[in-house]
Ligand binder design. Structure first.
Ligand SMILES: NC(=O)c1ccc[n+]([C@@H]2O[C@H](COP(=O)([O-])OP(=O)(O)OC[C@H]3O[C@@H](n4cnc5c(N)ncnc54)[C@H](O)[C@@H]3O)[C@@H](O)[C@H]2O)c1
Length: 496
């Protein structure tokens, strides 16, 4: 005979074999009582629509508030950059809506499904307000943002006219440029320097000057420049010491985008890479990012065709449908399309686009389904289309007993319209990362993979490409930072 106490502290007496089985009985009864109580409360909440908050936990680390102006510095003031800046101004003036932006229009569910708590993302975490954004940029052409946006031909002329004074006031600083890295274009607005280190110093001067003249309290660099020729990392990219030596010696393996990245990170400014170039996807940049607590992320905005690929491929894998071929082709006629007409730049883009299927479908785990895929990606420069790209996908899949089927996707998209909200979210989230004690020293911000075709990870970790896993990762990171429960979708508690 032994005593045991229930969850309400009442004493009971019962016959047990020994003391251990008495303790076990007490634990089991207590757990059952707690589960029943939680279930009763849940049902009551569901019936009454009550919004019971889970006990608030402390925020992880600290998140400084977004005080003062945020300076956005953009190397490459072409179609994407001007569509982004014009869009921010149009939204600020109440002329348009920030459609496609998670930070502006998205919500985040907190707690249980029955809690009814889904604040807007921008109300949940302290993001900079659109009114606090100020801009500068670099380009090899001298056009101001109004002229560049008019040439890009993405936005309607009447809409641009309404934004003309603002856009005309943003003129490009002379660029660091090397024609060998972007063969299809050349322009007059280019810096001269004795060495690549000298050019980096000039960019650092630009950054300091912009911070001072704009009154910004924080800065972000967002690469929207052309896609550079394909290169593999070399010794020069392995450490800060080697990289600085290579800068002084004008090593040809240092591309212009890397000089911008080095200058930014040296100034403690976070850097996001919207193109597929290596740029910050290098050991030296990870080292520098961690050292100076300036977060980095990349690469290559996930906008049209790859967005669709990372939605469809997870569906095939989820249903164990096999894939024998995926032929993707594009026609586009903007300057990006012209640059990608060069085999060197196309190779960089091709590498970025091809990795997606392999990582999502995991042929090593499913050799009968995905062990023999013919995957082809083509990009064709076709001037009449301008920025209005057409992306075709022919997908050959097979199902039960191996019977073949086909899917055709024809996405008549607008490249820069899809890219602009991504730029905005990256700017705001990278700035948040730098104000957050738990994230600022990590270097790569893998939680922002959602926005990239070829997400950066620490060496040895494979990237996550599935769009919905990426979104869950992003939102769970925000929940984690705010001390909220992570959402696992287990949901057994609703059925107790
Ligand atoms: N639009 C999309 O959907 C999308 C998707 C993924 C990636 N991207 C990438 O984003 C980048 C921008 O695309 P875009 O459509 O705006 O191209 P764009 O050609 O209109 O603009 C790029 C600009 O960068 C400038 N530039 C090139 N090298 C430079 C340098 N070293 N310094 C400063 N400026 C430089 C060019 O003069 C040009 O004005 C490209 O690399 C593109 O591949 C775009």
């Amino acid at each position: 005979m032994a005593d045991w106490w229930d969850a309400d502290g009442r004493r009971h007496r019962k016959q047990f074999k020994n003391a251990a089985s008495a303790r076990e009985h007490e634990h089991r009864e207590t757990a059952l009582a707690h589960a029943e109580r939680a279930s009763r409360e849940m049902k009551l909440a569901a019936r009454t629509g009550a919004t019971k908050r889970s006990p608030a936990k402390a925020d992880r680390g600290t998140m400084e508030p977004a005080q003062g102006k945020l300076g956005v510095m953009i190397p490459g003031m072409g179609a994407v950059a001007t569509t982004f800046v014009a869009g921010v101004e149009a939204v600020r003036k109440g002329l348009a809506k920030p459609i496609g932006s998670l930070t502006q229009m998205g919500t985040i569910r907190l707690g249980k499904r029955t809690d009814g708590r889904s604040p807007k993302v921008k109300e949940f975490v302290p993001l900079a307000s659109l009114d606090d954004l100020v801009f500068t940029g670099w380009d090899i052409f001298e056009d101001n943002m109004f002229e560049a946006a008019s040439n890009a031909g993405v936005l309607d002329y009447r809409q641009l006219e309404q934004l003309k004074p603002f856009l005309s006031s943003i003129t490009p600083r002379p660029a660091v440029f090397d024609h060998n890295y972007v063969k299809k274009i050349d322009g007059p607005n280019v810096k001269k320097g004795k060495s690549k280190m000298d050019l980096a110093e000039q960019l650092r001067d630009d950054i300091r000057e912009f911070k001072k003249s704009s009154g910004a309290s924080r800065l972000i660099t967002m690469w929207c420049g052309s896609t550079e020729s394909y290169i593999e990392p070399t010794e020069a990219h392995q450490s800060l010491k080697a990289f600085e030596k290579a800068l002084r010696e004008n090593d040809e393996m240092i591309a212009p985008s890397m000089i911008y990245a080095y200058a930014s990170l040296m100034e403690g400014v976070p850097f996001a890479n919207g193109a597929p170039n290596l740029t910050v996807d290098l050991p030296v940049m990870l080292e520098l990012s961690r050292k100076n607590e300036a977060p980095i992320c990349g690469k290559d905005f996930k906008t049209g065709q790859t967005l669709m690929k990372t939605v469809l491929a997870p569906a095939f894998k989820a249903r164990l449908l096999g894939l024998s071929g995926w032929y993707s082709t594009n026609i586009l006629g903007n300057r990006d399309g012209e640059v990608l007409d060069d085999p060197g730049s196309f190779k960089t883009k091709e590498e970025s686009k091809l990795g997606v299927l392999e990582h999502i479908l995991q042929p090593g785990l499913y050799p009968e389904l995905y062990g023999n895929i013919f995957h082809k990606v083509r990009i064709n420069y076709y001037p009449p289309r301008g920025d209005n790209k057409e992306g075709w996908d022919n997908i050959d899949i097979f199902g039960w007993l191996g019977y073949p089927m086909q899917i055709k996707v024809d996405f008549l998209c607008r490249d820069s319209i899809l890219a602009a909200p991504i730029v905005l979210d990256l700017v705001l989230f990278l700035d948040l990362a730098q104000r957050c004690s738990e994230l600022r020293g990590l270097g790569i911000q893998e939680w922002l993979s959602f926005y990239f075709k070829s997400p950066m990870t620490v060496p040895g970790l494979y990237p996550e490409h599935d769009l919905f896993i990426q979104l869950m990762k992003l939102k769970n990171t925000l929940r984690h930072l705010k001390g909220e429960e992570l959402i696992t979708h287990l949901g057994l508690e609703y059925y107790d």
